[in-house]
Design a protein around this ligand. Structure first.
Ligand code: ADP
Ligand code: GLC
Length: 489
């Protein structure tokens, strides 16, 4: 079995801001279950992660060029699992409260380049056997821009493990001024358009895209999309150039945490066999959101980061039309202050029909998935999306835009798909209010046919979204890379 070093900036339940944390907290567990026991999860020692990682022991103490004090590597476990977790402890970089990437005002920490370069340097030292630790990986699996320097730095070395870089979101690129490149003491050869330079700036993301032995995205659809100008964020040329190294592997979910039959956060647990028990969750949600408590009114839920990606502007534009329908809308999210404020204002205007909770609340996210009849994701782009998968699992019909992983996971309720018993939700094409509204209308019309509606709920609930298939695909990819590497002279 290959030895894998999994390098990432967040992992649930140690620390999470979005789907990346979900994936990093569950894929390693699935890989370990497939007897890839030799996996180490590496992330920064944020205070929250330190507090949750159980008993920690110091594995190594080492110095890094340019740092005045030593760095420590702490060893713990991913809570509730056997996954060995290594935390890079350097208090000046990581010992600060709150969001791992943003300060209290929602702005990126000014020293993010230094913070994630340190994570990368540690990964590289581990990978090259430069730390007093006997374990060395065969493969270093990196995720998103925070780890982009790892493949770039390792590519400069002869005797090195193979690298995989997974793109969870191309929109976050880790761009910094040219001066930062000098400040980080990166090899001069990396400053080129074939390297880390992106229109005169330093791009951490390009380090992964240009230098990793293999690139993956979190859905097959997104792997195709990012090779086009519309979704390529200026990097589609590079991605087309690397197309033979790029593939999409659909995210799985932690189907123990997200299981309505066992979810301790619900007021009543339910399953495909006990669908009736979903209703108490709806009533409780209406109560919690201070909406009229009535099982007959269609309740639409939404959970997510309030950013451009998620189509919040589209929702705002559509609100007057939506609020004309006999529906309730319950929203949980946080993100850009402008969107948060706009939604708060609208919630006052449409009190009793639209309810908004601004903040991050794991418990409420579960209760919305369970209590809503439908779940809305009008994303402009969506590399995979996990919430629509949770919705399918919870018998909550997703209404989504036909992009990325949303298109890969939700089957539109066309007449043919309904007849075939394959429909699981509603999918619309245009990023326009009219299209969103039309799909909500289709949903409301179909909900009046209880037999078909129930069939659709059950079809979604019975699908398998565990990591079983996808973990096997990652493992096959790891093995293929190693075979290729061994063949090379
Ligand atoms: P992204 O990673 O782009 O944010 P995903 O759909 O892949 O989108 O994953 C989002 C994850 O973060 C889900 O587990 C979702 O429940 C969670 N999440 C997002 N916003 C919130 C919030 N405000 N409160 C609780 N959980 C949230
Ligand atoms: C990103 C994407 C999201 C994806 C998640 C996990 O944050 O925005 O679509 O599900 O990563 O891969």
């Amino acid at each position: 079995m290959p030895r894998i070093l999994f390098v990432v900036s967040e992992a649930h339940p140690l620390i999470k801001t979005g789907g990346l944390g979900d994936v990093a907290g569950s894929l390693p567990v699935a890989l370990a279950a497939r007897r890839t026991d030799d996996l180490r999860l590496l992330l920064p020692a944020y205070p929250e992660a330190v507090a949750r990682a159980g008993q920690l022991k110091t594995l190594a103490r080492f110095s890094v060029d340019g740092l005045a004090s030593p760095v420590r590597l702490l060893q713990g476990r991913l809570p509730g699992t056997r996954v060995v977790t290594w935390l890079v402890d350097f208090p000046p970089a990581y010992d600060r409260p709150g969001n791992p990437y943003l300060d209290a005002r929602g702005l990126p920490w000014p020293d993010n380049a230094v913070r994630y370069a340190l994570l990368a340097r540690t990964a590289v030292m581990l990978a090259l056997g430069q730390l007093p630790i006997a374990w060395r990986p065969d493969i270093v699996h990196c995720h998103d821009w925070q780890t982009g320097l790892v493949p770039a730095l390792l590519a400069q070395e002869k005797n090195r493990p193979a690298t995989v870089f997974t793109i969870h979101n191309l929109a976050y690129q880790g761009l910094f001024p040219r001066d930062t490149f000098n400040l980080l003491g990166l090899p001069a050869a990396l400053w080129s358009i074939d390297g880390l330079e992106f229109h005169g700036q330093l791009s951490f993301l390009k380090g992964g895209l240009a230098f990793a032995d293999r690139l993956t995205t979190v859905s097959p659809g997104y792997a195709r999309e990012i090779q086009t100008p519309e979704f390529g964020a200026g990097l589609d040329g590079l991605l087309r150039h690397r197309a033979d190294r790029l593939s999409g592997i659909l995210n799985g979910i932690d189907d123990k945490t997200w299981n309505p039959a066992r979810d301790p956060l619900l007021v009543r647990r339910y399953s495909a066999h006990r669908l009736r028990d979903k209703t108490p969750n709806k009533l409780a949600l209406q109560r919690e959101f201070e909406l009229p408590v009535n099982p007959e009114i269609p309740l639409i839920g939404m959970v997510g980061r309030m950013v451009h990606q998620k189509g919040i502007d589209l929702l705002l534009e559509t609100l007057p039309g939506l609020m004309h329908r006999p529906i309730q809308l319950a929203i949980l999210g946080s993100g850009e202050a402008g969107y948060e404020e706009a939604l708060r204002v609208q919630a006052k205007r449409y009190a009793g029909q639209l309810a908004v909770r601004v903040g991050y609340d794991e418990r409420l996210a579960h209760r919305i998935e369970a209590g809503a009849d439908m779940f809305l994701m009008p994303s402009r782009f969506e590399p995979c999306g996990l919430n629509q998968i949770y919705s399918l699992r919870y018998g909550t019909i997703p209404i989504v835009r036909r992009v990325g992983g949303l298109a890969d996971t939700v089957t539109d309720a066309t007449e043919a798909k309904l007849k075939a018993g394959e429909a699981t939700g509603f999918v619309f094409d245009d990023a326009r209010g009219g299209a969103l509204l039309a799909s909500v209308d289709r949903a409301l019309a179909l909900q009046k046919n209880p037999r078909r509606w129930k069939q659709m709920m059950l079809t979604g609930m019975r699908q398998e979204f565990s990591w079983r298939h996808s973990a096997a695909q990652y493992l096959a990819l790891y093995k293929q890379i190693l075979r290729e590497k061994n063949r090379k002279p």
